[in-house]
Design a protein around this ligand. Structure first.
Ligand code: SF4
Ligand code: SF4
Length: 354
């Protein structure tokens, strides 16, 4: 059975990046995977697990910039699965559908994750026709009370109705895309009775169900002790290898600046700016080289000093993936599970838990 939450793609690129990582090369020759291209850091909710310090002004990706970026870096983006969100609600972008279409037309596979509060009939139908390849419904909890414990400002009944409506539209329109996933967090306030969330969505027609642990986002989540899943394993913050992120993937904020990883929500470790530089200039530039060099020497600074999230993206995780591919290395197109997944399931394939 194939299970889980991300599709294995770009194995050739991965192998070359892994080689550079093993050699601790400060300037890897392979360009990174684009993990996130943020449409906006604006949000209409204030979720308990979301660190928002206000350090970054609210902004929206400029479509003129997006067009230039796709033209300049189009070859690199071909075939990549790119999340068009990062630290915000992407459905707030006033030109959401245009952005999705542009990215798909450039040969990449755009993905979104939404809090589902703005999934109106018009937006839902538009997304189904836009070329979006994957959509995550972030719906936490299984009742108004458990939902509110994490998703402050959201209405559970309304959000659930929006998701079911989206799935109905997709069925009625005979669309095969986007693939869909309901995701919810197994956390302190929602742990008791988490199975009820699973049962709620099992027959909904959604393609994947995914239960995840909350990330501390390199120690930035307030009240982390209360929120974390009791007994959840923690990664070492000392005596550890350099972070794999720095050799294989990158994040572009909505203003075009480049952040190293999905923990840097407020852009505290900016490594370049795609408004004025090419991706190759940023990836091989002095800021990235210095960060790699220092981590290779065992020096972890800034966010990295207290980060536990590096482990989930470390190549050692790939050993675990073999287990799910019947002992063989993952193959192109395999769908596999990653570090912070508690349980996953695919439509018609049942549930697998750790
Ligand atoms: S977790 Fe997502 S929906 Fe919640 S406040 Fe943060 S960006 Fe908004
Ligand atoms: S160590 Fe943590 S904060 Fe630093 S780049 Fe890696 S994932 Fe990001």
């Amino acid at each position: 059975m194939r299970v889980d939450s991300f599709m294995v793609t770009g194995l050739d690129r991965w192998a070359a990046q892994h080689e550079a990582y093993r050699a601790r090369s400060p300037a890897p020759s392979q360009l990174p995977r684009l993990e996130c291209l943020e449409l906006t850091n604006d949000c209409n909710l204030r979720c308990a697990m979301c660190p928002r310090s206000g350090a970054r002004p609210v902004g929206y990706l400029d479509l003129g910039f997006l067009g230039r970026l796709l033209e300049r870096e189009g070859r690199w983006l071909q075939g990549q699965h790119v999340w068009l969100h990062f630290h915000g609600e992407p459905l707030l972008h006033p030109r959401l559908l245009e952005a999705v279409r542009l990215v798909r037309a450039a040969g990449a596979y755009p993905r979104l994750s939404t809090n589902c509060t703005l999934l109106t009939p018009e937006v839902s139908r538009g997304l189904i026709q836009s070329g979006l390849s994957y959509l995550v419904f972030s719906v936490d909890g299984w009742s108004p009370t458990t939902h509110r414990a994490l998703r402050r400002g959201s209405d559970f009944e309304a959000v659930t109705a929006n998701v079911l409506q989206f799935l109905r539209f997709r069925r009625e329109m005979g669309a095969t895309e986007p693939l869909t996933q309901v995701q919810f967090l197994d956390a302190g306030p929602t742990h008791e009775g988490i199975d009820r969330a699973w049962e709620l969505w099992a027959d909904s027609g959604v393609d994947f169900i995914n239960i995840r642990r909350i990330s501390s986002r390199a120690g930035q989540v307030r009240g982390w002790r209360r929120l974390r899943l009791p007994g959840a394993p923690a990664a070492a913050t000392k005596d550890r290898p350099p972070c794999w992120w720095l050799w294989h993937a990158t994040v572009v904020l909505c203003d075009g600046r480049v952040a190293p990883c999905c923990c840097d929500l407020e852009g505290s470790m900016i490594l370049g700016d795609l408004r004025h530089q090419s991706l190759a200039e940023v990836w091989g530039g002095p800021a990235y080289r210095r960060l790699r060099q220092r981590q290779a020497e065992g020096r972890f600074e800034g966010l990295c000093a207290r980060c536990e999230d590096w482990l989930g993206y470390h190549p050692s995780e790939w050993e675990r993936l073999r287990k799910y591919a019947g002992g063989a290395p993952p193959r192109q197109g395999d769908v596999v599970r990653v570090h912070n997944i508690v349980a996953v399931g695919r439509r018609g394939a049942g549930r697998i838990a750790e």
